[in-house]
Ligand binder design. Structure first.
Ligand code: PRX
Length: 664
């Protein structure tokens, strides 16, 4: 192909704003009939029986949806099942020898492991027996503070087996964050590990876990996985009396089998803490029947997962994406799911492609922040790799700009793989707004239509639908099986946070209840939704959700800081970055020293992911006459945009003063 041809193609791709799914994909797609949208509308909510039918129920459910007490909806009521049975036991006969998990350790080659369904089933049983032995009973919350090692999904499935909900805390979170979550969930059990590898270095994780345990208000039992010891990299902490070694425990229960506990469809499968607008993380509660149906159905319909696939999502199981689309969805469908311990650029920037090639991955599902990084590193890192095994690409966690979408489409998918841009949240359990890859025309930058049976709309502040092209607020007007059931032990906050905005909270008619995800969006003439980002004080840094209030309270906790405001500023790779505006206490200087202490304070309270990109010291913050900080103006400063309306400010000059401080 001549250069000019190539340039011509490049230009065409750049201008193209709609893409049809490749014929070769459509022919084999799990869903390829567009009539599904109409069929689901006509048969709502019974359409969701199709999702429940993907599972093995020990007791058939009596009712699809019980909406008698909105917003406390119940799905598949009267039914019972076990998630571990659905992800393991039922596949044994046909797929026992097939890989369930392909684990790729960070040190290349050295540590890779394959768990067949038989292997995984055996170890989950042994660990389930061990958990019981150390005192875990049905409904006890077991916390996991682990990086991407196989024992994490094993522990999750072992909990599911004995009916103990898990609460996984992202390993990159700080000791304080762990303690807060264990206290909030009144969790008496922790599964953690000695350490893990990052960019060639062994990290000491147990020290952080121990520090967190110091902040837990009640007695705890801990199980510690030995990830590094085998490589003689252990940090030699030793274990206390209330801590047990994972390998020893499992060995003590070698060959044990534990009958999966029958759980009611509405029984809690897990809790996941996520950031909200206050400093207190929210304990999102997911159930067994609705959640597992939802992630199974969406894995099948959207990710096109089939049992013989090797499916690769390099997210972290510490976030909802990993729960739903590394562990539960893929395993419920009996496929091979991959786990990768390390980062995409270690040892080289082609690490992902090396893995895709070696394992012949069929799907690749990642965050736009990663795609923007791949794009920046350059297509040369793909040159030596055969990615022709890929059939489908996906994105999750934040909006993707059309340029990054097209790069992904061309360079990773070879213009031969549909891309699903999946909008959803920790709270929704699984995907909500996204294309069906065997059906939908793709429009780069837009997540697509709501999934069949999902009633998502874009409305103005009074709840009226906005005209196509105008910005508004995303709402979800009908319940769905994967929805959160409440915030753990806080029904009131559940209603306030998600429903109060657009619902008649006195009504018991489900028509009067509308879920508000706190995202801005617009919709086009074809009903395609483009999600614009959060409209509350929640940031999305590299696809990770962080509350501005959490970061602010960490900063204010640093000696010498009087007041702080945190906003998100645009960032080429991360999407958003943390910008902090700080007023010092009298007698303290806004100097490098204080800057370092602020960074350390944020890392201690939350973790390195929340580290501020920029810290600006200022004598004042822009405030309304009622004393509310005008974050919007600080965002303008962070992005170096023209200032919005300052007329409601008590101190209108302050914004220009801050801008001058930034430039100095
Ligand atoms: O703002 C939306 C953004 O991520 C938020 C949810 O964050 P979290 O609960 O951490 O879950 C992330 C993984 C599902 C949403 O409120 N978001 C998620 N997916 C998209 C997105 N924004 C635009 N496009 C998406 N595809």
């Amino acid at each position: 192909m001549s250069n000019s041809d190539e340039t011509g193609l490049e230009a065409r791709l750049e201008e193209q704003d709609a893409f049809e799914p490749p014929e070769s994909f459509v022919e084999q797609a799990n869903v390829s009939d567009s009539s599904i949208y109409e069929a689901f509308d006509e048969n709502w909510p019974q359409c969701w029986e199709q999702a429940a039918d993907l599972l093995d129920w020990s007791e058939e459910y009596e009712e699809t949806l019980d909406d008698s007490n909105p917003p406390f909806y119940e799905w598949f009521t009267g039914g019972s099942l076990n998630a571990s049975h659905n992800c393991l036991d039922r596949h044994l006969e046909e797929r026992g020898d097939e890989a369930a998990i392909e684990w790729v350790g960070e040190p290349p080659e050295e540590d890779n492991l394959t768990y067949t369904y038989e292997d995984l089933h055996a170890e989950v049983n042994e660990f389930a027996a061990a958990l019981r032995d150390i005192g875990v009973e049905e409904d006890d919350v077991v916390t996991m503070y682990m990086p991407m090692i196989p024992e994490l999904p094993i522990a999750m499935l072992a909990c599911a087996r004995i009916g103990a909900p898990h609460s996984v805390v992202f390993a990159g979170f700080s000791a304080d964050a762990l303690a807060t979550r264990m206290n909030a969930a009144d969790s008496h059990f922790l599964v953690t590990c000695d350490g893990y590898y990052r960019r060639g270095d062994a990290l000491d994780h147990l020290e952080k876990a121990n520090e967190g345990l110091d902040g837990v208000e009640h007695e705890t039992e801990t199980v510690v996985v030995d990830r590094l010891g085998a490589n003689d990299d252990g940090f030699g902490h030793g274990l206390s009396d209330s801590q047990r070694d994972y390998d020893e425990l499992v060995a003590e229960h070698a060959g044990a089998t534990v009958d999966p506990v029958e759980r009611d469809a509405e029984d809690m499968l897990f809790l996941m803490y996520t950031s909200g607008t206050t400093g207190e993380p929210k304990g999102v509660k997911h159930t067994t029947g609705g959640y597992l149906s939802w992630v199974s159905w969406t894995s099948q319909a959207v990710l096109d997962v089939k049992p013989d696939d090797t499916y690769f999502c390099p997210a972290d199981i510490g976030w909802i994406t990993g729960h739903s689309y590394i562990v539960y969805g893929p395993l419920a469908l009996g496929t091979t799911t991959m786990m990768y311990e390390g980062t995409p650029d270690y040892p080289e920037r082609d690490r992902m492609w090396e893995i895709v090639e070696e394992y012949e991955a069929n799907q690749f599902y990642t965050a736009p922040t990663a795609i923007r990084a791949f794009m920046k590193w350059g297509a040369e890192h793909l040159e030596d790799h055969d990615l022709s095994s890929l059939r489908l690409l996906g994105t999750v966690g934040e909006p993707i700009n059309p340029k990054a979408w097209k790069w992904y489409y061309k360079h990773i998918g070879d213009e031969n793989c549909p891309i699903v841009d999946t909008w959803w949240q920790t709270e929704t359990g699984g995907m909500m707004v996204t294309g069906l890859p065997g059906v939908s025309t793709m429009k780069p930058g837009s997540a697509g239509r709501p999934l069949p049976g999902v009633d998502a709309n874009v409305v103005d502040p009074s709840g009226e639908q906005v005209e196509p092209g105008r910005a508004g607020y995303l709402t979800i007007d009908k319940p769905w099986p994967g929805m959160l059931r409440t915030l753990y032990r806080n029904d009131e906050r559940f209603i306030d946070e998600y429903w109060a905005e657009y619902s008649d909270t006195d009504s018991d008619d489900p028509e009067d209840w509308v879920y508000f995800p706190e995202d801005g969006a617009k919709i086009d003439d074809d009903g395609y939704i483009t999600v614009l980002g959060r409209v509350d004080d929640v940031l999305n840094v590299s696809g990770h959700r962080l509350g501005t209030m959490e970061i602010e309270s960490a900063i204010v906790g640093v000696e010498g800081v009087a007041e702080a405001a945190v906003v998100g500023g645009d960032h080429d790779i991360k999407g958003e970055a943390v910008y902090a505006y700080v007023i010092t206490e009298d007698g303290h200087d806004g100097d490098e020293d204080l800057r370092d202490q602020i960074v350390a304070g944020v890392e201690d309270a939350i973790g390195p992911i929340a580290r501020p990109e920029s810290i600006v010291f200022t004598p004042e913050l822009p405030k309304t006459r009622s004393g509310k900080i005008m974050r919007r103006l600080l965002e303008d400063v962070a992005n170096d945009d023209e200032l919005g309306d300052t007329s409601t400010l008590r101190n209108p000059d302050v914004v220009e003063d801050i801008r001058a401080n930034v430039q100095n």
